[in-house]
Every structure is written in structure tokens, then in C-alpha cells.
Design a protein around this ligand. Sequence first.
Ligand code: SF4
Length: 474
Amino acid sequence: MSGTYLGMPSFPEAARDAVRDVTLRGNLRRATHTIRDKRAGAVAELDDWGRLREAGKRIKDHTLRHLDRYLVQVEEAVTAAGGTVHWAADAAEANAIVTRLVQETGESEVVKVKSMATQETGLNEALEAHGIRAYETDLAELIVQLGKDRPSHLLVPAIHRNRGEIRDIFRSEMSEWGRPAPEGLTDTPAELAEAARLHLREKFLRARVGISGANFMVAETGTLVVVESEGNGRMCLTLPETLISVVGIEKVIPTWRDLEVFLQLLPRSSTAERMNPYTTMWTGTTDGDGPRAFHLVLLDNGRTDTLADEVGRQALRCIRCSACLNVCPVYERAGGHAYGSVYPGPIGAILSPQLRGTASAIDASLPYASSLCGACYDVCPVAIDIPEVLVHLREKVADQGGKGHRLERAAMRAATWLLDHPAALTAGERLASKTRKLHPERLPGPGARQWTNSRDLPDLPAEPFRDWWKKNRA
Ligand code: SF4
């Protein structure tokens, strides 16, 4: 993944400021609760939601099992339809390919549809380094870009901002990037939307290169699909002369029949809509209609490694609906930035450490950024068992060692020995009961203190259970 987040501290440290920020917590709480309630209503309308969910899971699992075959099919179909396919093993390769393709057009500006894959690779920064300016056109992404911020939600990247903050960003930053905000701009949604529309319209009409991701790629025809709510995506996908799409290899599905399932699962799970307002599909190029040149960059960037993990690979089923973020009690308090990745929330906690490995402090801490309550699994439209993957990844992190885990392992070894030696266990229990008044309320030592900072130590009984049993029941 991109180096944008490299060097971030572990999750608990990164989340510390966020949990104390009352405005941020208020913004997050309001937004996530509204979306989650609406989603529950939209899902309850369908009698066959459970069957749809199972179908989505099975289609994705089948595709992942035969990914090699379906990717070759995509390549052949896209090429036959007049497009060009490029393969990128990692973020650097993907960025280099896109930069070269833009340079070949002679342009120094591009318009972008919201795309997780290009955020993952840090494309905007890579283009900037070569003198190419990338304009985000999704409203929330625009707010993030103008505010020199980072996205904190999959679907609503500026979820942590309220209307007043957005007005201030528009007023102070829009002129740096193009058409300034209208005089006397207020924080009413209609005025903010109009300011963004005017600002972006100028860019759509000027741009000759568009960059997108894709929600799905249909292997049988090589068709790419982008679903969105604002229409900005359609402008980016149809107006420019050159279109470059950077897409993770897991986005492929075999047939149009399969697409039918996901076009029902995705909108209800993400925006609580029965169908999403704009669904744009394109297959290669067509004379007299849409871009003259189309390039598809297929991105691996850790996905093949993730696929090799029998438990963890289910994370690749994700359709980025963000339902798991909106129900997560940890995300609601910590916000998206603390996850140190473009993938925040429960899916980020299992996807980022698999795509990037668990060597860094932030990636080793992500599998612990959960209370394992299971709400994320309940709402996931493709039934990713996020708690199962979290526990699996915790095991991996514990196995790789580190100070905290060394202490934990030593404690487990001591407990194993004690349970194997009943006489020693009994003596220990008696001693602990006799000295219980002297026990501290918090454990000493950095790791142990952290554990008891938020938990009470259990009260010990006046006598061990076995002694009590012998006296009263034997
Ligand atoms: S893990 Fe499931 S709920 Fe979360 S974003 Fe992905 S598809 Fe949606």
C-alpha cells in the first residue's frame, strides 16, 4: 500500500486525541447513527435479504478461487473492446504506469472519480511529484482535498466535518484550486452543493484525462461498473478523451447475472437506497461516444498474499459498502484517521494488516482495534466474518513477538505449568485468598497497568472454591 500513512503510531496512540475531541465524536455519532438506522430499514424491506447475502458471498468466493481465469478473461475482453490492460504488482508500479499514461497525453491536469484503489496507492501525491494536478470531484473527496485532510470513512470521507467546517474550507481554499466560493456562502446544504457544483463544472469541461476506480468488472464482457450518487462520476467517465481506471484484482465478477446481486446488496448496505442514483458502465471504447482511449490498470498490491491466507482471504469479498463502519463502537469513537489507512473501521482492521503485513506499529495494532462485538459481521452484505479474521490476525501478531506479546506468552507458560501441577495451584490459591486485602487495585508494570487501566481486578473469595466444596459438600 501507499507510503502516505507510513510511520503512524499504533492505533491506541493515534486514537487518543480523537476520543477526547467532542466535536469530532458528535459529528461521527450523528452521521453513523443516521446511516445505520436508514440501512436497517432498507434491508428490512426485502424478504430475501439473507439469500441475497449468501449469493453475494458465494459469487465472490467462487471468483476468488478462480481469480487467475477471470482476470485473463477480463484482459481479453477489454482488449477486444479497444482498451489496453496494464498489470501492476504494487502501488509504485501502478503510479508509474498512470503517470506515464498521463504524460503521454501531454496534459498536466486530471479529474478523478472517488477511488479507493488510487488512494491506496497514493496516486495524487505521485502525480503531483511529476507536475500533474489531480482534482477530486466527489463532494466529500473535494472537501478532504481542499481541507488538506485525509479521508476518514469509505463512503463519506468527510464524515468528521460538520457543515460549518465545510463552509469555512470552501471559503478559504476553493480559490487556490480554481473557481472561488460564492460571496457570502452560508452553511446550508443547498448553497454548499451549489458552490461545489460551480467549482467542479469548470474542471469537468476543461479536463482531457479522467481517472477512476471501479466497483465491479464483469469478466464475460470486460465491462467496468461505477456506482455513485452525485453524477460527478458519470462526468469524469464520459467527458475526457482518455480514461484510466485503476482497479484492485478482487473487483472482478464472472457475469452480468452476478452483477444483479451486487447492485441490490450495495446500495441498501451503503446509502440505504433501493438502487443507487448513477450506475455507469463502459466496455472498452466506442466510436463517437465517450473517451477515445481507455486504459485499465489491474492492481495487486498485497492482494495475492491475502488470497493465500485461508482465513484472511474473505476480506477480499468486501464491496466497500461501509456498513461495518457505521455500526462499529470503536470506529464511532476513534474516527477513521486512527486506522492509518484509506480503509478504516472493521474492514480496515483486517484488510490493511493483510495488504501491508504486520511489521509496523499501526498494522500490528489494528487487529486489536475491536471489541469483537460482532456487529460488523451481522451487517456485512457479503458475510465477511470480521471477528474471525481479527482473532486470526491477533494470533499472527502474537506469534511474531514484540515486548507486550513476550510478557503475554510468559504469563501463559506460567499458567500452563500451574494448571499441570494441582498441588502448587492449591497452595497458590490459598496464599492468594489469605493475602487478598493486600492486593493492589491496579497491576504494576507498563503492559499490565494498561490492561487494568480500564478493567477492575476480580475480587478473590475468602477461601478457595475447592476448600469450600470439601467443607460443605464432600
Ligand atoms: S466488510 Fe462488509 S460491511 Fe464492511 S465495507 Fe466490506 S462489504 Fe461492507
